[in-house]
Design a binder for this molecule. Structure first.
Ligand SMILES: [Fe+2]
Ligand SMILES: [Fe+2]
Length: 137
């Protein structure tokens, strides 16, 4: 089974070069995980790919929050809350995967794909003009 990937194009651009490049790298790591999840790889390999993606995701979410806080983004708390829920959920998924119970890699993969697709297109997009008006590009 091969899983549908995310491919970054201008419609995902939040207008800030650093954050766009984070999202691109994230999509790459996620696609690698989706590749493995769609096949019958050893669980260590799949877990490693998920861990890598999760670590990079945390780095990105923290940096994004830093920028939003620094510039006084009005919905900072709400945005941070979304990130916090994502982090809690992925920790749970990683642990479940390592313990060999809980969701399959494919189920985890579709959750991650849908979350990132929706979060960037909807929630991240909401700060685009705000940050641009603050001169962040
Ligand atoms: Fe975000
Ligand atoms: Fe983001």
């Amino acid at each position: 089974m091969s899983m549908q990937k995310l491919s970054w194009d201008q419609s995902y651009s939040v207008g800030v070069a650093e954050l766009d490049s984070h999202h691109q790298e994230l999509f790459k790591l996620l696609n690698h995980f989706l590749d493995l999840a769609g096949k019958d790889y050893k669980s260590e390999v799949v877990t490693e790919a998920l861990t890598k993606m999760t670590q990079y995701a945390c780095l990105h979410l923290d940096r994004e929050e830093e920028l939003l806080r620094e510039h006084g983004y009005p919905n900072f708390a709400g945005h941070k809350e979304q990130h916090a829920r994502y982090k809690a959920k992925t920790v749970e998924l990683c642990m479940g995967l390592m313990a060999g119970k809980s969701d399959t890699p494919a189920e985890i993969g579709s959750f991650l794909r849908d979350w990132w697709n929706g979060h960037v297109l909807k929630n991240d997009m909401e700060y685009k003009s705000f940050l641009n008006e603050k001169g962040v590009r």
